[in-house]
Ligand binder design. Sequence first.
Ligand code: AMP
Length: 216
Amino acid sequence: MRMIIFGPPGSGKGTYASRLVGILGVPHISTGDLVREEIRMQTEVGRIAKQYVERGELVPDDIIISLLVKRLQKPDAERGFILDGFPRTIGQAKFLEENFKIDLVINLVVPDELIIQRLSNRLICKICGAIYNRLTLKPKVDEICDVCGGELYQREDDKPEVIRERLKVYRVNTEPLINYYREKKILRDIYCEDLTIPPEIIVKKILEAIDEMKKK
Ligand code: AMP
């Protein structure tokens, strides 16, 4: 199974993809995570990428594609993958098309107001990466991770002014890709218009879309 999850920043791509890993037996590959790891490791690529990430802009295609190629060479990606945050430009989609057959593209449809509300309240554990939300998924103890006791923090690019820029970038660069995959008839829309919909419900809808695709 080779699938892509599309959706604006904060639409829950990472949350749903990580739940699908155990069910589908393929890795969740987030190019945002790959970039953040380079930044954390203070590599040369990380140093260049950081300037784009901090402004909410896209990292150049050649950098992102080379990070992805490196990740796809690991043995766990042989059986397939769930891509999150890639492709984000037509150039990246062309790269995929030339190298892989994509089975299904999920498009999460979420209104902008919900995104801003969700991201500006998102908290992440510094140690294990678990995701919380000040409104919808509060930790038991303020600012402390339920899982590992780590301190929670807000991502630099989850500040309201950067969120607005990321949404603008998403609309301009990535939405044309939705039409690209729609025309190929491998795209399914999944509507998430309420922040309180439990992740299991959305995951169930995605699994139904996978079943439908397999029947074809
Ligand atoms: P994300 O965690 O997917 O929201 O990504 C965080 C940031 O990493 C984005 O705002 C971009 O600066 C960069 N990034 C992640 N994936 C890509 C991609 N496919 N193309 C370009 N930049 C990316």
